[in-house]
Design a protein around this ligand. Structure first.
Ligand SMILES: [Zn+2]
Ligand SMILES: [Zn+2]
Length: 190
C-alpha cells in the first residue's frame, strides 16, 4: 500500500486516507465518515463541506479506492488516460497545498500557545517582583522612620549637652539633661 498523502479536508478531522476516500471535482477529499455525512443525502445536488461549491452527485463526486489496480485506465484511449492523469496531478497539487497550509497553521498555533505561556509566566514573575520591591520599599520606609527618630533624639541630647557646657554647674541645665535621658529611656523601653 502506498504511503498516504491525503487527509480528510473536513475541518478539525484531518484523518489520513489510506483505503477509500470521497473525492470531489473541486479537488477536495473526505474520509468515509464525513463523506457519508455530507454526500449520502437525497437529491441530485450536494455542497462540498470544504469550499461550499454545489456539486452534481452523479458527475462531480465519487467514492474511490485509493489503491486501484494499474489496469483501471487500460480500457480508455490515451487521450482520456492523459485527462485522468491531469485530474490526478491537480488533486495531488491541491492536497499538497492543503497539507502545507495545515502545517503552517499548526506551527502558528504552537508558537501562539508558547507565546501565551511565556507571557503568563512573565506576568506572574513580574507580579512577584513587584511584591518584592514593595516589601523592600516598606522596610526602607520603616528604617528611615527609625533613623529620623534617632536623629531627633540625638539632636535633643546635643542641645542639652551644649546647655550643660555653656552653664556648667547650673542645676536646672543638668536636671534638664538628666530628664531628656530619662524620657528617652522610657520611650525606648516603652
Ligand atoms: Zn473526516
Ligand atoms: Zn470543494
Amino acid at each position: 500500500m502506498a504511503k498516504p498523502f491525503m487527509n480528510c479536508n473536513f475541518k478539525n478531522c484531518g484523518a489520513a486516507l489510506t483505503k477509500f476516500a470521497w473525492i470531489t471535482r473541486c479537488s477536495h477529499v473526505f474520509c468515509d465518515e464525513h463523506g457519508e455525512m455530507f454526500f449520502h443525502k437525497a437529491g441530485a445536488q450536494v455542497r462540498c463541506p470544504a469550499c461550499n461549491e454545489v456539486k452534481n452527485r452523479e458527475t462531480d463526486l465519487i467514492r474511490n479506492d485509493l489503491n486501484p489496480t494499474d489496469l483501471l485506465i487500460s480500457t480508455v484511449r490515451p487521450g482520456k488516460a492523459l485527462d485522468f492523469a491531469l485530474h490526478a496531478c491537480r488533486l495531488w497539487s491541491h492536497q499538497m497545498e492543503y497539507r502545507r497550509r495545515c502545517n503552517t497553521d499548526q506551527v502558528v498555533r504552537k508558537y501562539e500557545g508558547l507565546t501565551l505561556e511565556s507571557t503568563v509566566q512573565l506576568q506572574s514573575e513580574n507580579k512577584e517582583l513587584k511584591n518584592y520591591v514593595q516589601s523592600i520599599e516598606k522596610k526602607l520606609k520603616q528604617t528611615n522612620d527609625e533613623l529620623f527618630k534617632i536623629r531627633a533624639r540625638l539632636n535633643r541630647y546635643k542641645t542639652a549637652y551644649h546647655a550643660c557646657r555653656a552653664f556648667p554647674g547650673t542645676n536646672s541645665n543638668n536636671s534638664a539633661y538628666e530628664q531628656r535621658i530619662q524620657e528617652d529611656r522610657l520611650h525606648s523601653t516603652g
